[in-house]
Write a protein that binds this ligand. Structure first.
Ligand code: YH5
Length: 275
């Protein structure tokens, strides 16, 4: 793999704005209102400077009801279609469902973000066929139960082995190695100690040469560290974004685009020695 510019971090990481399109996330005013609010939120994140909008229609929170393929298509596709016609910003789709991947790319998405690392039947083939970049994320267990008893002998080694194995499977399916990003999956089947060990090991993941995506925005690890509820975790999230940027992460996934851009700009200037 060619040495990539993320390693020297001449630029701050890209900032990916989270756009949840689940019934609970926007409006109780029905589908049309939800679509309009989602579009408005995406465009406001673009105004704030987001590089990528990550559109997701599945809630991966513990206890969330599973969503059918038809329902996920119904949630995600109209948003991608509208956003594509309103803007040329890069769109990624947060999905594990092959039919959603294919339809999202057909409508103009340019990246697949899969918390299940292309483990669903047909997912490897779908991404191989689209030819777009993909983010492979590590998760232990399944969303409904993953936080019940996360256990590892060596979390860093196990996450790395998993990502290597899924990358090899993706390459074997015809996906170009250079189009595969990695994500250690903060909060997905991890205790606070596991998350902190992974945070300390970010430089090791960056050294793999795969662009590294980090998503900690508003997550419960920040609540555990600060004692704060979900709507008061901005500062804690910015601290982690700064650490990740200093370690050479390529993409920060966040709900708080404007503030995160400021934080990663400072981190990048510090790394360059031009603060
Ligand atoms: C991620 O890390 N996360 S969805 C629980 C929260 C807050 C936020 C309040 N998709 C990731 O954002 N994709 C999600 O507690 C992701 N990496 C990648 N690549 C979960 C989420 C969240 C969960």
């Amino acid at each position: 793999m060619k040495p990539n510019s993320f390693l020297s971090m001449t630029h701050p990481p890209a900032v990916m704005g989270v756009l949840n399109v689940t019934p609970d996330s926007f409006s109780d005013g029905g589908r049309h209102a939800t679509l309009e609010l989602a579009l408005r939120h995406a465009l406001s994140m673009q105004d704030e400077g987001a590089d990528i909008i990550d559109v997701g229609g599945e809630s991966s929170r513990p206890g969330a009801a599973p969503v059918s393929v038809a329902e996920e298509l119904d949630r995600v596709c109209p948003v991608i279609e509208r956003l594509r016609s309103a803007s040329d910003i890069a769109i990624s789709v947060d999905t594990s469902t092959p039919a959603v991947m294919l339809e999202a790319v057909r409508l103009g998405a340019s990246m697949i973000n899969d918390i299940r690392a292309l483990s669903r039947e047909g997912a490897l083939e779908a991404v191989s066929r689209c030819g777009v970049p993909v983010c492979l994320m590590h998760m232990q267990g399944a969303p409904a139960t993953m936080q019940q008893n996360p256990a590892y002998t060596d979390v860093v080694a196990e996450v790395e082995q998993f990502l290597i194995a899924r990358t090899d499977a993706a390459v074997a399916a015809g996906i170009s190695r250079s189009r595969i990003a990695w994500d250690p999956g903060f909060g997905f089947g991890k205790t606070i100690q596991h998350n902190l060990q992974l945070l300390q090991a970010l430089p090791k993941f960056v050294a793999s040469g795969h662009p590294l995506l980090v998503g900690v925005s508003r997550k419960s690890m920040l609540g555990h560290l600060t004692g704060r509820p979900v709507d008061q975790r901005l500062a804690a999230g910015l601290a982690v974004a700064t650490i990740a940027a200093q370690a050479g992460a390529a993409v920060i996934r966040t709900h708080d685009v404007r503030e995160t851009i400021d934080a990663v700009k400072v981190a990048a200037a510090f790394v360059r020695g031009q603060l």
